[in-house]
Write a protein that binds this ligand. Structure first.
Ligand SMILES: O=C(O)C(=O)C[C@]1(C(=O)O)C=C[C@@H](O)C=C1
Length: 372
């Protein structure tokens, strides 16, 4: 009896807290609406002064990163900072949609990890639009049909996605963010499919590669087929008897598939990194990364002299990749990523030095380091 009185009391407390949280979220949303009015008024004022302003930047990646970072830092509770930050991610996403809903192009189809990355970065109020190819994602953003795009750039098991790096060479777009996703693959089948009836295992070639050892051990005799995406593999599994798919949770949910075996990836910390592309440069958030493309003259020690300015300035490189230049045989361009923002003094110094010794230097943007 005493127990149920306790339960009623705690539930009454929860009801009161929920009312407070709801009232506070409403107040926060009203603030976001005021922010939108201020941004619009500022843009109109700048335009009337004759400044070349084209659109209002309702989405502020540097501000969102700071808000989420602060939530993680001040959290002391049982839920953990990252869990609480995910809740705030959704609140901010809904607040931004009040200002203006974002259209986000991603490498589809639905159910891919790139869609999951887009939702993780922008929250569920963003309107995510699937595209068939990485080039189409770039084109949608460049044309202005979408505000931002999300493309995969590297996987911890399989290495870089060279097509994404190549697309940056000819594109005026800027990187405005990064997203990291733990990639968990499952073996999926349509409901009530016995494992003996599986005659074909479909997945994107990267997913097949990431699960190679597990598939060799458990399904050595069943042929594997590479298809255009894990989402497509899941669609096939849902519609074609005998097909099993290797894909993640989103695809399983979308096509209502059953999990025959969970987490079959060979390396448990299998992670893919995605880049967010946009038309605008992002101001400093305080914890930023910068990416650039640089190509040096073909002479001994060229790579050393490109990297030496970073060492002298004490700036940490987070990644370096090489791609053929495409315009000159046996010439190479380097994709370099490092900590810091193009507006930082030491980064400005490095860029000036690189400009002197390179035949091509293209900053791809500075952007907040992934928070979630
Ligand atoms: O601070 C702003 O500029 C806002 O528009 C508010 C807000 C928020 O909800 O906190 C919403 C969208 C932006 O991307 C950043 C933050």
């Amino acid at each position: 009896m005493a127990d149920s009185r306790d339960l009623n009391q705690v539930r009454a407390d929860i009801d009161a807290i929920d009312r407070d949280i709801q009232a506070l979220i409403t107040r926060r949303a009203e603030c976001a609406q005021r922010v939108a009015q201020i941004k619009l008024a500022e843009m109109l004022a700048a335009r009337s002064r004759g400044e070349p302003v084209t659109e209002v930047n309702y989405y502020r990646p540097e501000r969102e990163a700071q808000v989420l970072q602060r939530i993680i830092e001040r959290d002391r509770g049982p839920l953990g900072g990252t869990t609480v930050a995910h809740i705030f991610r959704e609140i901010m996403s809904a607040c931004l949609a009040l200002e203006r809903p974002l259209q986000v192009a991603y490498l589809g189809p639905e159910g891919t990890f790139t869609q999951a990355a887009a939702l993780k970065h922008f929250g569920h109020a963003a309107i995510c639009v699937p595209q068939h190819t990485i080039d189409a994602v770039f084109a949608e953003v460049q044309s202005g049909d979408c505000n931002y795009g999300v493309v995969p750039v590297e996987n911890s098991t399989e290495g870089m996605v060279s097509h994404t790096l190549d697309s940056f060479m000819d594109s005026p777009l800027k990187i405005s963010g990064e997203v990291e996703m733990r990639i968990g693959h499952h073996l999926l089948v349509a409901a009530a499919t016995p494992s003996e009836s599986v005659t074909r295992i479909c997945a994107h070639q990267q997913a097949l590669a990431q699960c190679r050892n597990w598939l060799d051990l458990h399904w050595p005799l069943v042929p594997r087929e590479a298809v255009s995406s894990n989402g497509e593999a899941a669609r096939l599994a849902a519609t074609t008897p005998g097909v099993a798919a290797v894909a993640g949770d989103m695809a399983a949910e979308l096509y209502q598939l059953e999990i025959l075996a969970e987490h079959i990836e060979d390396y448990p910390d299998n992670t893919t990194r995605f880049l967010v592309i946009g038309r605008e440069e992002v101001p400093p958030s305080g914890r930023d990364k910068t990416s650039l493309i640089v190509s040096s003259r073909n002479k001994p020690g060229a790579l050393f002299s490109l990297l030496d300015p970073f060492r002298r300035a004490g700036v940490s490189l987070t990644r370096i990749d090489t791609r053929p230049s495409r315009t000159e045989k046996w010439a190479y361009v380097f994709f370099i990523e490092f900590e810091g923002h193009l507006q930082d003094d030491n980064v400005r110094g490095i860029v000036a030095e690189l400009e002197e010794q390179s035949i091509l230097l293209k900053p791809l943007g500075s952007y907040p380091q992934a928070v979630l």
